[in-house]
Ligand binder design. Structure first.
Ligand code: ADP
Ligand code: MG
Length: 557
């Protein structure tokens, strides 16, 4: 094929593809425009996951009638003038791409009025062409309505997920902006149902209360630090409030919502040793640096950012969060003190104190040897003797394997044992979590959860799988919702759900077990398909062979 310049229509679609990945991307661009216009009230309404309609109204400056058509030209912006402006961007938009990109693949209406105009102006475009233009009444501000997303862009339509999934992305996005701008009153309506409403009174803690619930808002810790480069403020959760997903990280740089692996790492490192693996905090962190210290012109979606002084920002953010955690009331430690169950076990300290020069052998996975229980170490490991040496079993990992197999078997037979709750448990969900729960309620029902709406993003859990009877249901639900959000991934979702349930239902490290309980645990482990590994792939046991022991004690060379 010879080289030729592409048709403008194709160019517009390629460009639109970069800005608009899904309905939530349009919501993002429109909300950013409203914020740039100084709005103090922003209303987002969508129909059918935003595919049918997205409407964003604000009370910002409005667009002068003389500029309205120009706003739809590619690279038309009122926000920067020259190259020097590009180096110190203070607005959220600056590329002049959003409106033309959206217009290229939808039908779009704009109704807007500035304070100096007596009447508003209305414009309607289809596939980028103006089809209607008139004067209309409107209070100061702008309303943009986008119809039939992707009708003219079928390549993307194919990749859209269910309405509820798209709603969860929109809810997440609007929540992120509400957290970034507590002084702006946000309202989000999904299919005529109010999903989020903030007061706009400037209190971050109140917005967190609206989104994540009061209990979380009340326990958040204040982050505040100034240094020569950065000013950092926000709120972060105590270690006891961990979540199983990083979706609860909200980072803003100069008020721009950014996806920053650097800041995520800084946050996680601040919690190092305080959270179990796979757990993440809830953090809302604002970082202010001089505009010339960052580059936001990396991708059309403008959510990526480069810091000139990455290392300094990293340690400032990490220190700010560490400080907040240090000031927190002491939470119960997740570390388990070492205590030895000495029944039938003579000198366990020898094992603890000897240098760990044993070669730890991973065994073939399907069978267990005959084991004689010697005792419990650190209330965490079962010590046992087998035909060829010493075995240490991780009681939590072993129990996880047992429950995992049992849950999946019961689920496959549609025989999950259910326990009704006399006192239903109330869940307060964030807007995003609510939409995710809607996508997965019936899957959870297959696992024994009966969940009913209770108004205003509250839900009642009326029944649970019997295996979970002793667990913290609110915690499990939060994790299951995060699992459901990842359901589009390659792993079978039922395995993920069984993994979470098994993990929460099993005995913990630090729990003392009687010899009978340990014996029962091993008996049940023997009956599983893969007794040597927990569902996450960690070993349930390690083996020190007689040969290794003899070598270690210098009995043989
Ligand atoms: P950018 O935000 O990068 O400038 P857009 O294509 O998003 O580009 O918008 C083009 C221009 O339209 C903006 O620069 C702004 O002047 C105007 N505009 C868009 N939305 C609004 C709004 N809600 N209120 C006021 N002006 C707006
Ligand atoms: Mg914009």
């Amino acid at each position: 094929m010879s080289i030729k310049v592409l048709d403008p229509d194709i160019v517009a679609k390629i460009a639109a593809g970069e800005v608009i990945e899904r309905p939530a991307s349009i919501v993002k661009e429109l909300v950013e425009n409203s914020l740039d216009a100084g709005a103090t009230q922003i209303t987002v309404e969508t129909q059918a996951g935003g595919v049918e309609e997205i409407k964003v109204s604000d009370n910002g400056t409005g667009i002068p009638v003389s500029d309205l058509e120009v706003a739809f030209h590619r690279y038309a912006t009122s926000k920067i003038d020259d190259l020097s402006d590009l180096e110190k961007i203070s607005s959220l938009g600056f590329r002049g791409e959003a409106l033309p990109s959206i217009a290229a693949v939808t039908e779009i209406e704009v109704l807007t009025r500035t304070s100096s105009e007596v009447v508003g102006s209305y414009l309607r475009l289809r596939k980028g062409e103006i089809i209607q233009r008139e004067s209309r009444a409107r209070p100061q501000g702008t309303t943009v309505t986008v119809h039939h997303l992707f009708r003219f862009f079928p390549a993307r339509l194919k990749f859209l997920k269910s309405i509820n999934t798209e709603n969860s992305h929109i809810a997440h996005l609007v929540s992120q902006y509400a957290l970034a701008f507590p002084e702006v009153k946000f309202t989000l309506t999904l299919d005529k149902r109010t999903s989020l409403r903030t007061t706009g009174n400037g209190e971050l803690c109140e917005v967190i209360g609206e989104i994540y619930g009061l209990e979380i808002a009340q326990s958040m810790l204040k982050v505040e630090q100034h240094d020569s480069l950065a000013k950092i403020n926000g709120l972060t959760s105590p270690p006891s409030l961990a979540r199983s997903s990083r979706k609860y990280f909200s980072f803003y740089v100069n008020r721009r919502w950014v996806r920053s692996p650097l800041l995520a790492k800084a946050t996680e490192e601040a919690y190092h040793g305080l959270l179990m693996e796979g757990q993440h905090p809830i953090s809302v962190i604002n970082i202010f640096v001089p505009a010339q210290e960052i580059d936001v012109n990396i991708h059309p979606a403008k959510t990526q950012i480069k810091f000139c002084q990455e290392k300094t920002v990293f340690s400032s953010a990490q220190n700010a969060i560490k400080d907040a955690l240090a000031r927190a009331p002491i939470a119960s430690s997740i570390y388990v003190p070492i205590s030895i169950n000495t029944e039938q076990w003579q000198s366990p300290r020898m094992l603890m104190e000897s240098e760990p020069t044993f070669i730890v052998e991973q065994l073939p996975t399907t069978e267990l040897p005959v084991l004689r229980i010697l005792g419990q170490l650190a209330n965490t490991y079962i010590i046992a003797e087998g035909p060829n040496g010493l075995y240490l079993l991780d009681q939590h990992a072993a129990h996880e394997r047992i429950l995992y197999d049992r849950i999946l078997a019961q689920w496959a037979q549609k025989e999950i044992e259910i326990q009704g709750l006399l006192q239903p448990i109330t869940l307060e969900l964030s807007p995003r979590e609510e939409e995710i729960l809607k996508t997965g309620k019936e899957f959870l029902a297959e696992f024994g959860f009966t969940i009913e709406p209770f108004g205003n993003r509250s839900y009642l859990v009326r029944a649970i799988p019997a295996l979970m009877a002793k667990s913290n249901i609110v915690e499990i639900m939060s994790e299951l919702i995060d699992q459901l959000a990842r359901r589009d991934g390659p792993n079978p979702w039922e395995e993920k759900i069984a993994e979470s349930l098994a993990c929460h239902g099993s005995v913990r490290a630090g729990q003392q077990l009687s010899i009978e309980e340990m014996r029962e645990l091993i008996k049940q482990l023997e009956q599983t398909k893969q007794p040597r590994a927990c569902p996450h792939g960690r070993p349930t046991m390690i083996h020190f062979s007689s040969h290794q022991l003899e070598k270690e004690f210098g009995r043989i060379s």
